[in-house]
Ligand binder design. Structure first.
Ligand code: AMP
Ligand code: MG
Length: 490
């Protein structure tokens, strides 16, 4: 039996300017580190066959499976605010698309599979550490219910990549609704190729926003659709303490998925200005800046679409501004609704927003752990507040707030156990804490030991369950375990 991928490729049928045809570069000795078996099944692939040496060779880019049409996608992008007219897949190759069990078209892409015409000075390769990090965090996001690219497999290449030192090399198989980014539109808009922008927009509408196809103004509706999905996505990030780290326009997905896990991280103690990425010196992509940056990125998308809106520039700009204007309200509505759920409110009353903001302010002032404060607040709904107040440097700050909170929740008719269950369903016990991710990477890179990776992935697959055997995974880092910086690792 050979591995069969039921490829149906639509992107490689677009005009030649959209991509470069390029095959993965074979690697020395591929060895499968991890196959995501449930995802393989969801994609209509046979997990047993993917686990054979032949499967590993495909997932490492050593053999190209039947029906694949490997390409590197062209895109541009604003990196930290500076426009780069040509980026493109420099170390990723799209093998093709499959239709999953729910009828959704999904890209299957190898990341780290060798140079492409877009590699510039890069080697087209990925190191093991960042591959494991992306696997862990993207799958954790999925388990948290947040739109994201997925990880189908991680493969050890048997080769070294040269970074500051020689590191073991790996390939990640990434699965996405598509890899089309704001930067993909920018690539053509920067070349004043309006016909290509239109082709791309049409492709995106069919693929991601099929309901808009027959509308009178489909391109306006497309912008509105992306605005809505991005606003909701960023709200979801904030509600779990996620910091993307490199929200460049080339890392901003048109389908509304979280994409490109580089120096991303979840925060431990709540701090709105938290930054982990070593390259984000100005804090452009700090936790609380993310909504503003998403809107900035969407404004770049709107600029690309202006020629499709109207021949009259002024009219087109006014229409785009009108659509972008919805971002703030959509974001706030999603964020505030999410916060209300996090503190166990079932109804909406005057003063709720201020009550919640006061909690966040007290958390910031008292270096409270973001995840555990909300999780333990769920327990405080049925029990005493001991575990929740223990998160605060000055527990009295919590007590003062908790008094007001108890008075407020008493106004809702739900029982204490109902409230706890509802809160536990939105407040995770387990997130991919930096120090855990680092420890897993160290064990793999230094000792070829993947047991910690396996265990972390397993725990994070059920973030809302108590999992009593694994409570240590919920613990914040000890002072000497704290990770202060994360790296792109490219
Ligand atoms: P990223 O920081 O992963 O979003 O990548 C930004 C750009 O740099 C993209 O065009 C990537 O394809 C490219 N790039 C990143 N790492 C490498 C590498 N090792 N080799 C070639 N291109 C790379
Ligand atoms: Mg990128």
């Amino acid at each position: 039996m050979t591995v069969h991928f039921p490829f149906q490729n639509s992107y490689s049928a677009l005009p030649d300017s959209f991509f470069a045809r390029v095959a993965p570069t074979p690697v020395a000795a591929p060895r499968l580190i991890k196959l995501n078996r449930p995802l393989a099944l969801q994609l209509g692939l046979d997990p047993d066959l993917l686990e054979t040496p032949e499967g590993a060779a495909i997932l490492a880019g050593k053999t190209v499976p039947e029906g694949a049409d490997p390409i590197a996608m062209a895109y541009a992008g604003h990196q930290f605010g500076h426009f780069v007219p040509q980026l493109g897949d420099g170390r990723a190759i799209l093998l093709g698309e499959v239709i999953d069990r729910d009828g959704v078209r999904r890209d299957i892409q190898l990341k780290g599979s060798g140079p492409t015409p877009f590699s510039r000075r890069g080697d087209g390769r990925a190191a093991l550490g960042p591959v494991l990090r992306e696997y862990i965090v993207s799958e954790a996001m999925f388990a948290l219910g947040i739109p994201t690219t997925r990880s189908l497999a991680a493969v050890f290449t048997g080769e070294h990549v040269i970074r500051e030192t020689a590191l073991p090399g790996a390939v990640l198989t990434r699965v996405a609704a598509s890899h089309i980014r704001v930067g993909t539109f920018q690539f053509f808009a920067a070349r004043r190729d309006t016909e290509a922008v239109r082709r791309l927009a049409d492709h995106v509408i069919v693929r991601h926003y099929p309901g808009l196809r027959d509308l009178e103004r489909p391109y306006h509706a497309l912008l509105a659709g992306v605005v809505e999905r991005q606003a909701n996505l960023i709200a979801r990030w904030l509600l779990v303490g996620f910091i993307h780290g490199v929200m460049n326009t080339d890392n901003s997905s048109i389908s509304g998925e979280t994409i490109d896990y580089g120096p991303c991280a979840f925060m431990d103690t709540y701090n709105p200005s938290q930054v982990f990425s070593s390259i984000d010196e100005m804090g452009r992509y700090a936790y609380a800046n993310q909504p503003r940056i998403a809107l900035w990125n969407l404004t770049r998308l709107a600029e690309c679409l202006l020629p499709l809106f109207s021949d009259e520039q002024e009219k087109a700009v006014a229409e785009a501004q009108d659509i972008l204007g919805a971002f703030t309200e959509t974001f706030s509505t999603a964020y505030q609704a999410g916060l209300r759920k996090k503190v166990g409110l079932f109804t909406e009353r005057d003063g709720d927003e201020a009550l919640i903001q006061d909690l966040l302010d007290a958390m910031a002032k008292n270096q409270a752990d973001f995840t555990l404060t909300f999780r333990k607040l769920g327990d405080a709904a049925v029990d005493d507040s001991a575990d929740a107040r223990a998160q605060f440097m000055e527990p009295a700050a919590f007590d003062e707030w908790a008094g007001r909170w108890r008075a407020r929740i008493a106004l809702d008719s739900q029982s204490a156990t109902e409230r706890q269950a509802a809160m536990h369903a939105v407040n995770p016990m387990f997130i991919p804490r930096n120090h855990r991710v680092e420890a897993v990477i160290q064990a793999a890179v230094n000792d070829d030991n993947y047991a910690p990776f396996e265990e972390l992935v397993k725990v994070l697959a059920k973030p809302f369950d108590d999992q009593p055997a694994y409570t240590a995974y919920a613990d914040p880092p000890l002072p000497d375990q704290r990770v202060l910086q994360t790296f792109c690792g490219t």
